[in-house]
Design a protein around this ligand. Sequence first.
Ligand SMILES: [Zn+2]
Length: 499
Amino acid sequence: MDQQTRGRQLSRFYEPLVLLHTLGSTRGEHTCAELSTRENVSQLPLKDLRRMFLSELAYTCDYDKGGDTVTAIGLNSTPQNYVFWVASNSCPRRKIVPFLESLLTNLRDISITATLVTLEGVNDIAAQCIRFATPRIKKYRSHLSPLLRKCHAYLAQTEREDGKFSCPVPLCSDSMRKLARLSIEPNYKSNEDAIHNTFGLVRHYIGRLGHHFRAAKALLSCASRLPELLHDFEVRSIPTPPKSASPPADGKTRLESIMVRMLPANSPDLNRYQQALAEMDDKYQLSRRFLDNYTDFSTRVHAEIQVLEQFHVGKLSFAAGDRYIACSKPACFCCLLYFRHHPGHFVEPASHRKIYLNWRPPDLDAECDIISQNRQRDVLNSMTCDIRKEALQQIEEKIPPQAWHPDSLTGVTEEAKTPLPTVGGSVVFDAFPVEIEEPTTITDFGSTLPLFDGADMVNFSIESSDSDHCDKQARLLKNSQPDPYDFEDDSDEEGGVLL
Ligand SMILES: [Zn+2]
C-alpha cells in the first residue's frame, strides 16, 4: 500500500473519531472490573489465576505516570519453555525487561522456599516493585499532598462550624469507607471544584498507592500455584513502533461535510442531524473545539495492540490456549474496538472507554501481504461503523458529553468499599473536555462490510490493606520518595498523551 493511500485511509478513520472525541472523550463507564475475588486467590480457577498474575506483572512494569510506560504482556507457550512477550508505549528493552526478569526470578525463589505467602515475602516483592515505580509514586504523592491539605482544611472548618470532625487519616479501611461517603455527589448541582470531588480523588490516589502491596501479595499467591510458568521462562521485548504525526486537517475537515460523509448518500436524515449539530455547536462551540483537536497530535501503536499483532502475525501459541493479553491499564476506546473486531478472537480487555487521539492502528510495512492489508482495512471499517453510530446517536439526542473518570480503577480492597449510590461513584472533572467542527460523506476503507446501504462511500480499499500494616507500608513508600513537595506535577491523565 502506498503512503498516499495509507494517509487517506487514516484521515477518513480519524475524522469521525475526532468528532466523537469532541462530543465527549469518555464513552461510558469502565467496562469489567478487577477480579472481585482478588482476596481468594487460593480458590481461583487456573485461567483466572494466570490472568491475574499477568495483569499484576504488567501493572508492576508500568513504572511511571503519563502513558509512556504502559505495559502489555502476552504469555506464549513453546515446546521448550514459557515466553513472556512484553510491549510498552516506549521501548521496554532497557528497563522493563531486566526488571521483569528479576521480579519473576525473585517470585520463583520466594515461592520455592516458602510454602505459604508470608508478610516478609510480600514486603520483599513490594519493595522491589516500589523501587522500580519510584517515578510513579512520586507523582501520586505530588497529586495527593495538596488534595489532602484541602480536605484537612475543609474538615477543620466543619469542626469549627458544627463540632463534627472526623479526620480520614490514618488511612485504614474504615477511613477509606469514610472517604467513599465524603466522595458522594450531593443532590444539589455542584462544580468540579466541589469538595466531594477532592475526597474522591484522595481516595483514588490512596487506592493506587496501596495497590503495590496488593499486587505483591497477589503475585506471590499466584506464583505459588503456577510453578510451571516460572520453572523455565524467558522475557522477550517487542520493538516499539515509532510515534508518527497525525493526518492533517484539510479543506474537507469541517463539521457539516463530515456529517454528510457519516450518513448514506441523500439521506433524508441529513437535515435533522445537521440541525441538531448546529444547536450543539452554538451551545458547546463544537466547531472550534473540533479543529483544536485536529492540530498536531502524534500517534502511537498502543502496547496491547503490539502484543496482539505479535501473537497474530507470528502465529504464537498462548499458554493453555487462553488468548488473553494483560495490560497495566484498562484499554482505551479504540483498543477495545480493535480487539472486538479483530479476527484473531482475542479476549476483549477491560476498558476505561476513553478516546485517545494518539491511537493509531499497527503499521503496515511495504512488504505487507494483501491479506494483512485487507484484514486491517476490515477492522478499521468495523471500528468506524461503531464510532459513527455512537456519534450520530449522541447528536440526535443532543446528549451532553460524558463525565470524566480516572483511567485506572481506585482498586481498594473489598473491605474498604462501601455501598455507594450510582450517582456518586465517579469523580467528575472536566465536564466538556473537547469539541468539534465540520461534517462530510461516509468513509469506507474498501471493505465488503456495508456500513450504511447506499452511503456515499469513499473506497480506499487497497486502494482503498490492613491498618496493621499501615506503618510498614508507609515506611516503604516513604523510602521511595525522599523529598515531600519537590516533584513536577504531571497533569497528564494516565494512559495517553494529551492533545
Ligand atoms: Zn489503547
